[in-house]
Design a protein around this ligand. Structure first.
Ligand SMILES: NC(=O)c1ccc[n+]([C@@H]2O[C@H](COP(=O)([O-])OP(=O)(O)OC[C@H]3O[C@@H](n4cnc5c(N)ncnc54)[C@H](OP(=O)(O)O)[C@@H]3O)[C@@H](O)[C@H]2O)c1
Length: 234
């Protein structure tokens, strides 16, 4: 059976590297749905992936995942185009580091909405709308394994993604849906620059490394790895 993979946060960083990886190297992927907010860099990313995708269909869906209604709108769009999703890569992420004293509740809520509630809603909507889902890959973080000073909202949201993935894995296994949780360490992207502005990006893991692991976990070999929470680290 051919696959249709939805990737959130596909405009840059790990999400774009994953879209490129699927477009180039996965024979059984027939369609890639790229989700991000409307922007010039999203348009460029979609054009770039289309250029290497051969016969694969590349569908761009603009959505602001800080809006609780956004995921439902994404699925309305998929329904209008008769697209059935077999895999979801819940990758979009947001961070605004702040000390406990300086944490603004609106920023905390935005972080939870984008990093936790939206991934939950992607899976829930796919189930409620009877998509032929086989695989869910949730991108958490090593910051969710152990909390980091100054990263209250981000660390908390990622810890919850790890636990949410365990619930999903157990609850969906009887239906043949495989749920994987990946926790990358430091990776050279814009998000990492926000967390560690002084770091030299050439010294840390690159988005393509994480994309390779996502592709492997999406392949038949990935089914043989029992994923509790796989740490991806250079
Ligand atoms: N980089 C690291 O060191 C690291 C480590 C561990 C885990 N991670 C996780 O890896 C995932 C990918 O992050 P990245 O490092 O590749 O970061 P990135 O380069 O900053 O990309 C973040 C992606 O999320 C999307 N996004 C952010 N806010 C959004 C919103 N409101 N609505 C829709 N999409 C939104 C962005 O799309 P727009 O074009 O719409 O902004 C972008 O495509 C995240 O879940 C992150 O937490 C990263």
């Amino acid at each position: 059976m051919t696959k249709t993979v939805l990737i959130s946060g596909a405009s840059r960083g790990i999400g774009l590297a994953t879209a490129r990886r699927f477009a180039r190297g996965m024979d059984d992927v027939a369609c890639i749905v790229m989700v991000a907010r409307r922007s010039r860099h999203f348009d460029d990313a979609v054009a770039e992936v289309r250029a290497i995708a051969g016969n694969r269909q590349i569908v761009a869906v603009e959505a602001d995942l800080s809006d609780p209604q956004a995921v439902s709108d994404v699925f309305d769009r998929l329904a209008a185009e008769n697209i059935a999703i077999t895999a979801i890569v819940n990758n979009a992420g947001f961070t605004k580091p702040a000390s406990i004293n300086e944490t603004d509740m609106a920023d905390f809520q935005r972080t939870m909405q984008i990093n936790l509630y939206a991934p939950f809603r992607f899976v829930q909507e796919a189930l409620l709308r009877s998509h032929p889902l086989e695989k869910v890959i949730n991108i958490a973080s090593t910051a969710g394994v152990s909390g980091r000073s100054g990263w209250m909202s981000y660390s908390t949201s990622k810890a919850a993604v790890i636990n949410m993935s365990e619930v999903m894995r157990e609850e969906l296994a009887p239906y043949g849906i495989d749920v994987v949780c990946l926790s990358p360490g430091r990776c050279a992207t814009d998000l990492r620059k926000t967390l560690a502005p002084d770091e030299d990006p050439s010294t840390i893991m690159q988005p393509e490394h994480v994309a390779d692991v996502i592709a492997m976990m999406s392949s038949p070999a990935g089914k043989m790895l029992m994923s509790e929470n796989l740490v991806v680290r250079l």
